[in-house]
Unconditional design. Structure first.
Length: 189
């Protein structure tokens, strides 16, 4: 594999410091930033999965709880996505009203909690809308035009197109790719 003379000014996606990238696909200024970014992504995915599992387990209970005016501390924790300790702290500071009917029978007013906090809702998944690309002479580059404009090897251009799933159209021996998508990738936007 040959070396490239490209020097592309970019911002690190993790630490947001400017650096000069040697390839078009470089995203981080160092291996350390790359590893930290991977760890952050894994942690965020685990947190989202944990919240989703908790919501799936308690979705039936949430529907039943929403019909009652007074609920237990554990039910309030599930409904509002907070710990029991937080609810007990709010009761102790008289920010929410509560009634103690005996051991493990503390009930809190749901309307007090609703006025302080919002109910945890399950967000609907967003659908991705794909726009249809128009392959006309003025709106497309050939592979050789891309490699000449950005001083990149045609093999590198092909791999970038495949990696980013850019739609292409082959006419005879030429492969065309939309200018707007190519410019976004190679300009670092």
């Amino acid at each position: 594999m040959g070396f490239s003379n490209l020097r592309i000014p970019k911002l690190c996606e993790f630490c947001e410091k400017p650096f000069e990238a040697k390839t078009v696909t470089t995203r981080f200024c160092s291996k350390l930033c790359s590893e930290k970014s991977i760890k952050r992504q894994k942690r965020l995915v685990q947190e989202v999965e944990a919240k989703q599992v908790l919501l799936e387990k308690s979705i039936n209970k949430i529907a039943e709880i929403q019909t009652r005016p007074y609920i237990s501390v554990g039910e309030a924790a599930i409904l509002f996505g907070m710990s029991k300790d937080t609810i007990y702290r709010l009761i102790k500071s008289n920010r929410i009203s509560a009634h103690n009917f005996g051991e493990r029978l503390t009930r809190v007013c749901k309307s007090d909690l609703e006025s302080m906090f919002t109910v945890v809702k399950i967000a609907p998944e967003k659908e991705k809308i794909e726009e249809k690309q128009v392959f006309e002479i003025g709106t497309c580059y050939t592979i050789s035009e891309i490699s000449a404009k950005y001083h990149a090897d045609p093999g590198t251009v092909n791999s970038v197109i495949k990696r980013n799933k850019i739609p292409t159209k082959k006419v005879g021996s030429f492969v065309y790719a939309p200018k707007n998508l190519i410019d976004k990738i190679f300009d670092g936007k």
